[in-house]
Design a protein around this ligand. Structure first.
Ligand SMILES: *Cc1c(COP(=O)(O)O)cnc(C)c1O
Length: 465
C-alpha cells in the first residue's frame, strides 16, 4: 500500500490530491473466516435517536449560561465552523502541508497572535494549553542547556497557579518551587526574591491570575527573574481580559502559551481538539518545534504530528479577522465589564475572595456559610444545576477556601447576566433557609448526587445495569 499524489483537478485550491493505492488482497484461504462476523445490527434511525438523546443530556454553551472560571466557556461563532468546513481546508492530507492557502492560514494566525502577545515567533503545533506549557518549558530547558548552564533546574510558581503549571515543571524533570501569594492574592515580591538563585530556570505566571487580578508589580516580577538569569513564562490560557490592550511581551515575558480553545473562540471540553499556541521572543526562536515546512537550527523536535490541529487554527483566525483591530480590545473590555457586573450583582449575598474591580473572572468564598450554616460551595453548585445553569468552577484556586469561581465571558448579554444572578441569589436563599436540604441536590437532573470519590475511581461506563 502506498500513498500517491496526483496532479490536482482544476478549480481546487490545492496542489496535489493524495489517494491510497491499495493492491488487491491476497490472503491465505485458511486465514479467512468460515462464518460471518456476529456484529450487532441497528437501524440508522435507532442509532440517530440514541445519540440525539445522549446529546440532550449534555449541557453546553448553546444550552445556557456556563460561567466556568479559568475555562472561558464562551460562545463559538458559527461562522468559525463554516470556514473550517471549506473543502479547500478539509479535503487535504496532512502531508500536503506545503499547500499555499493552508500555510497562509498558519502564518497569518501566527503573525496576529505574535502581534497580540508581543512575541517574535510562534508555533501552532501543541494540541492543548498543558501541551503548550510542556513545549514552552522544553524551550526554556534547551536555552539553559545550550549555554551550558545545566544547574538551572528550578521552576518557580505562585500558589495560585493553575495545576498544569507545577505539573509541566515536574513532567520536564524540573524542581518545582511554589511561593505563597500575598493576602490580597498577588505575587509576594519578598517571597519571590528569596526563592530565586543561580538554579532558577524559570518562573510561570498567569496574569491576570486565577483570582481574576492583574498584578501591578508585573514588570518588577519579571525583572527579579531576569536578574537571576531565569526565563519568564506566561500562562496565557485566558487572554480574554487583556487581548489587544496589554501584551505579555511588554510585561517582560519571554515565552507564552495561548489556548485558542478558550480565548480565541474555538470549542473545547470533552477532550475535543484544542490548540495551545506557543510564542517566544527572538532568543528562543531557534528551539521551536519543527514541522514539514518550518525548521529551526536547534529545534526541540516535534511536539505533535504535522502542523497541529489545523482546523482549530482556521476557526481562531476566523474569529481574529472577524473582530479585527477594534473588535479584539472591545471583546476584552466587555469580558471585564461582564465579570464586574456579575460580581456586583452577586455581592448582595455572596462573599467575594477579593474586593474591588476584577478582570475576566472573580472568586467567591462560602467558608463562613460552611462553618456557620452547614452548606458549602459544592451544595450551591449542585443547587444551580437544578435551576438549569452550569455551576462555576469549584474549589479553585486552592488558596481560597470553599471557592466558587465565575467567568461570564464577553459573549453573554446583560439580560442573561441578570437572570443568572437572580438564580445564584435564589439558590443562596434556599440554602440559608434549609442547609440540610442542599446536600441532596441536584434532584431534577438525570444523575443526582453521586459519591464523588466512587464516581471518579469506579466510573460506570456502561448505560444500564
Ligand atoms: C485551561 C488552563 C490551562 C490548561 O489548558 P488545557 O488546554 O486544558 O490543557 C492552563 N492554565 C490555565 C490558567 C488555564 O485556565
Amino acid at each position: 500500500m502506498k500513498l500517491v499524489f496526483e496532479k490536482s483537478i482544476e478549480g481546487r485550491s490545492m496542489d496535489y490530491i493524495p489517494r491510497l493505492d491499495v493492491p488487491p488482497f491476497d490472503f491465505d484461504p485458511s486465514l479467512l473466516r468460515k462464518t460471518p462476523a456476529q456484529l450487532p445490527e441497528i437501524s440508522e434511525n435507532d442509532l440517530s435517536r440514541h445519540y440525539t438523546q445522549l446529546e440532550k443530556r449534555a449541557y453546553g454553551v448553546n444550552d445556557g449560561f456556563y460561567p466556568l472560571g479559568s475555562c472561558t466557556m464562551k460562545y463559538n461563532p458559527k461562522i468559525n465552523e463554516k470556514t473550517a468546513s471549506l473543502e479547500g481546508f478539509t479535503d487535504i492530507h496532512p502531508l500536503q502541508s506545503h499547500v499555499d492557502g493552508c500555510r497562509e492560514v498558519l502564518e497569518k494566525a501566527k503573525e496576529m497572535l505574535c502581534e497580540i502577545t508581543g512575541m517574535d515567533a510562534m508555533t501552532l503545533q501543541p494540541a492543548a494549553g498543558a501541551h503548550g506549557e510542556f513545549t514552552g518549558m522544553m524551550l526554556i530547558k534547551k536555552y539553559h542547556e545550550m549555554r551550558g548552564d545545566t544547574k538551572r533546574t528550578k521552576v518557580i510558581v505562585p500558589d495560585s497557579s493553575h495545576g498544569t503549571n507545577p505539573a509541566t515543571g515536574t513532567m520536564n524533570h524540573m524542581k518545582v518551587v511554589s511561593i505563597p501569594s500575598t493576602p490580597e492574592g498577588y505575587v509576594d515580591l519578598n517571597a519571590l526574591r528569596a526563592a530565586v538563585d543561580d538554579e532558577t530556570a524559570g518562573f510561570m505566571l498567569t496574569n491576570p491570575n486565577t483570582l481574576g487580578l492583574f498584578d501591578k508589580n508585573i514588570c518588577e516580577i519579571t525583572k527579579i527573574i531576569h536578574d537571576a538569569g531565569g526565563i519568564c513564562y506566561y500562562d496565557g490560557a485566558n487572554m480574554n481580559p487583556i487581548m489587544g490592550i496589554v501584551r505579555p511581551g511588554d510585561m517582560g515575558f519571554d515565552c507564552i502559551h495561548l489556548n485558542l480553545h478558550k480565548t480565541f473562540s474555538t470549542p473545547h471540553g470533552g477532550g475535543g481538539p484544542g490548540a495551545g499556541a506557543v510564542g517566544c521572543k527572538l532568543f528562543l526562536r531557534d528551539y521551536l518545534p519543527c514541522d514539514e515546512t518550518v525548521s529551526f537550527s536547534h529545534s526541540i523536535g516535534r511536539t505533535k504530528s504535522f502542523s497541529g490541529n489545523f482546523l482549530v487554527v482556521v476557526k481562531a483566525l476566523t474569529y481574529l479577522l472577524m473582530l479585527g483591530k477594534e473588535g479584539i480590545p472591545a471583546a476584552a473590555k466587555t469580558a471585564v465589564l461582564n465579570a464586574n457586573y456579575l460580581k456586583k450583582l452577586l455581592s448582595e449575598k455572596y462573599t467575594m475572595a477579593n474586593e474591588g474591580i476584577c478582570m475576566h473572572e472573580f472568586v467567591m468564598t462560602l467558608e463562613n456559610e460552611h462553618k456557620q450554616h452547614g452548606f458549602n460551595a459544592l451544595d450551591i453548585a449542585k443547587g444551580l444545576l437544578d435551576r438549569g445553569i452550569h455551576p462555576p468552577t469549584m474549589y479553585f484556586p486552592l488558596i481560597v477556601h470553599e471557592a466558587l469561581m465565575a467567568e461570564p465571558t464577553e459573549t453573554e448579554s446583560k439580560e442573561t447576566l441578570e437572570t443568572a444572578a437572580k438564580i445564584f441569589l435564589d439558590v443562596y436563599d434556599e440554602a440559608m433557609a434549609n442547609p440540610a436540604g442542599m446536600h441532596n441536590k441536584p434532584e431534577k437532573t438525570v444523575i443526582g448526587r453521586p459519591d464523588e470519590v466512587t464516581a471518579a475511581r469506579k466510573p460506570v461506563l456502561k448505560y444500564g445495569d
